[in-house]
Write a protein that binds this ligand. Structure first.
Ligand code: DX5
Ligand code: ZN
Length: 218
């Protein structure tokens, strides 16, 4: 089994100096940067828009993994593609025409991701599996960093891995919410390919060691 990719979320960085947070991610050995976009409607919080992503882009070589927690994601795809996103992931619960949006993201030359909240079953996105590059399984209800993980969500990770093995798609499986040194092993054994971590990463005194531990290498 390959080591999982680690994707620290800048949501838990100090927004008055986000570039410094990005540099900490760069030095840690994490391969991806997770960028949480919140609109105050799909989720109660507000975070940032495409300008933040565009301003951070020149400061990092890492893969930019944009997670849109917004209503009507269709209208924002173009802006985040131009801002330098590599992966653009939206919530199927926030969209009517999820397939059309996945295709639009791919047409812009980006990797297309779909996300499900804890109350959404995998069967709801089953028709979309061949059209997606990443499935983001939320392991908390989206909206805030620092929440406790809902362990039952790992059943969906196992289900998605099983479907992939049966040839239903070629997506990466990502988990997001409450991932830390204590929960990462269960995420890995369920079959997660990408581990998103916000508060645990920025709270870790030794970030390189934290990333190694998330990968199961320390
Ligand atoms: C939550 C966001 C997460 C958040 C994770 O709505 O989608 O990416 O940053 O934060 P932690 O790791 O603190 O649960
Ligand atoms: Zn996220």
């Amino acid at each position: 089994m390959a080591d999982p990719i680690v994707a620290p979320s800048v949501l838990s960085a100090d927004f008055s100096n986000t570039a410094a947070g990005l540099a900490e991610i760069g030095r840690s050995g994490a391969e991806w940067v997770h960028l949480d976009v919140m609109d105050g409607h799909f989720v109660p919080s507000l975070s940032f828009g495409p300008k933040m992503v565009a301003d951070l882009r020149p400061h990092s070589q890492a893969v930019f993994d944009v997670h849109l927690m917004v209503c009507g994601p269709d209208s924002l795809i173009d802006g985040f593609a131009r801002a330098g996103a590599d992966y653009i992931t939206f919530h199927t619960e926030a969209a009517v025409h999820s397939h059309r949006i996945l295709e639009a993201i791919r047409r812009l030359g980006k990797k297309a991701g779909i996300s499900i909240v804890p109350s959404t079953p995998v069967c709801q996105i089953e028709p979309l599996l061949p059209f997606t590059d990443l499935i983001l399984v939320m392991t908390v209800n989206p909206g805030y960093g620092g929440q406790a993980l809902i362990g039952e969500c790992f059943d969906k990770v196992r289900d998605l891995k099983d479907r992939r093995e049966r040839g239903k798609g070629k997506y990466l499986i990502s988990v997001d919410g409450g991932i830390n040194e204590g929960t990462a092993a269960a995420a890995r054994s369920a079959g997660a390919d990408v581990l998103v971590a916000g508060s645990a990463f920025f709270g870790a005194p030794d970030k390189a060691l934290f990333v190694k531990r998330l990968k199961g290498r320390a």
